[in-house]
Each structure stands twice: as C-alpha cells, then as structure tokens.
Design a protein. Structure first.
Length: 287
C-alpha cells in the first residue's frame, strides 16, 4: 500500500515538475520575443550605419560607437523637442492626478442622484476608440483656434479618463464607510474627509495612473500629429521622423535618438514599479 502511494506521489511530483518547466520555458521564450526589439535598438545605437546591415546579422557591434549619441542630438533640434515633450507630459500628469480622484471619490463615497448612470456612461465611453472621436475633436479645437498649440493635448487630461476613474473609484470603494463616518462625527466636512483620509489611502492608485499618463503623453504620436504642424512645436515622437528620408535612413543615429527617448520612461517605471504593481493588484477591491 505504501509503495503504491509512493509511486503515485512520485508520478505527481514528476508531472508537476514537467508542467512547471514547460511554463518557465514558454515564459522565457515570450520574454525573449518581447525584449528582442529593445535589444536590437540598444545594440544598433552603438553600431555604425554600415554595421547595422552586415550579413550575417551580428547582434553586438564589432566596435562600440559612442559618437552616435551627440550626432543624433545635433542632427535635429532634439532638446527643443524634448522640452516640448516634457512640458506636455508634466501638465498631462498633473491634470490626471488632480481631476481623477475628485471624480472617483464623488462616484464612490458621495450619494447623489445619477451616480450609477454616470458610472455606466464612463464604462460605455471606454468602448469608443479614439479614431471615432478624432475628427469631431479636431473640428472643435480647430474652430476654437487651438490647433498648433498644446491645449488639445493637455486640456482633455483635466477632464479625467474613464479607465483611470474606474481604477481610483475601486480604491475609494474599499475605504471603510465607518472611517468616513467617524471623521464626519469629529466635524470633518466632505472635502476634508476626501483630502485627509481617502486621498492618502489611494496613493498607489494615483502613482499607477501617473505612470500610465506619463507613458501615454511621452510616447504619444497620433494626437501631436493631428494638432501640431509647426516645426518648433513638434514633440520627440514626431521630430524623430526627420531621421527618415525618401531614399535612406540612418538607422544608427535613429536608434541612438530612440534610446535617449525611451530611457526616461524606463527609469520612471523602474523607480515607481512597486507602487505600480500594488496599484494594479489592489484596484479590484470589491465595492
């Protein structure tokens, strides 16, 4: 009897080990696939343009070329485009972080008529892609005379985004009502309860939406392409098109510029990664 149990346990452990090994193998392959574009960009940034097309393909450069980075920055008005991108990104993050918790708190903790309807409409707007509203929004901003300015890129952030509002609302829903009632008994008004109790508790959610907004605003290509045409107002995502010509592309310089472009995003994400994971894992708190 004991032998049979031992054999069964051994088979179970072997089967479990097999599936764990298979899982890690699949994950490893997927990581390599998703990481390979970044690896190619990284290595090409240190190659000459000729070495970038050497056959057979060499992943690592034969000689590390550091001159690509100052050359890439000098080829286009890189720092001007960087300033434009930083300006848009900072105000986009400020807008989302200020407005989103206000709207989410009103939906989660304040009892008012139509709150459920508004929440349903917010969920419905998430089903509408940007390409559907792209032309109407452009006509509105064009008639207001706001094209070739950063207002169309920044102003919508001060109205909140449905996805972010839903995330923060889930956080506020998880705040015990007894805590809010105790603050009310102590004489705190609605805004004080929001500012002193609810808002500090949703710091992981605010950092999460800040990271999302930072990445979206920093790397946004379509919206600046629609609203901005003046060369001095271009963002980095648009300005790097100047490395592409009709007959040739200097891939070494382009990859060097792209590496500088994505470095702030990587640093920002790594620095706030703990809060980002915490925000995502706890955003599903039951209301």
């Amino acid at each position: 009897m004991m032998t049979a149990i031992t054999i069964i346990n051994h088979r179970g452990s072997v089967k479990s080990l097999f599936f764990r090994s298979l899982f890690f193998a699949v994950v490893t392959v997927l990581c390599i696939i998703f990481f390979s574009p970044f690896m190619i960009m990284l290595t090409t940034a240190f190659k000459t343009n000729r070495d970038a097309f050497t056959l057979p393909v060499r992943l690592f450069p034969r000689k590390i070329i550091l001159d690509n980075f100052p050359a890439a920055v000098a080829t286009i008005p890189y720092w001007r485009y960087m300033r434009n991108t930083v300006f848009i990104t900072i105000f986009s993050v400020i807008g989302q972080v200020l407005v989103t918790p206000l709207v989410a708190y009103s939906l989660a903790k304040i009892k008012w008529k139509g709150a459920a309807i508004i929440s349903g409409l917010l969920l419905a707007t998430m089903m509408i892609p940007f390409t559907v509203t792209m032309i109407p929004l452009y006509r509105i901003f064009s008639q207001l005379g706001w094209t070739n300015t950063y207002i169309p890129l920044i102003l919508p952030m001060f109205f909140g985004k449905a996805f972010f509002i839903i995330i923060v609302r889930q956080f506020f829903s998880g705040v015990p009502n007894s805590l809010m009632e105790a603050a009310f008994i102590d004489g705190a008004n609605e805004f004080q309860r929001y500012l002193k109790i609810a808002l500090p508790l949703c710091k992981p959610a605010l950092i999460t939406i800040g990271i999302y907004t930072f990445i979206d605003a920093w790397s946004d290509y379509l919206a600046p392409l629609i609203y901005i045409s003046k060369p001095e107002k271009l963002t980095l995502s648009l300005g790097m098109q100047q490395f592409l010509s009709l007959y040739a592309v200097n891939w070494a310089l382009l990859m060097a510029a792209a590496l500088i472009f994505v470095t702030p995003v990587i640093v920002f994400f790594v620095f706030f990664q703990r809060y980002f994971v915490e925000g995502i894992s706890t955003s599903g708190i039951k209301a």
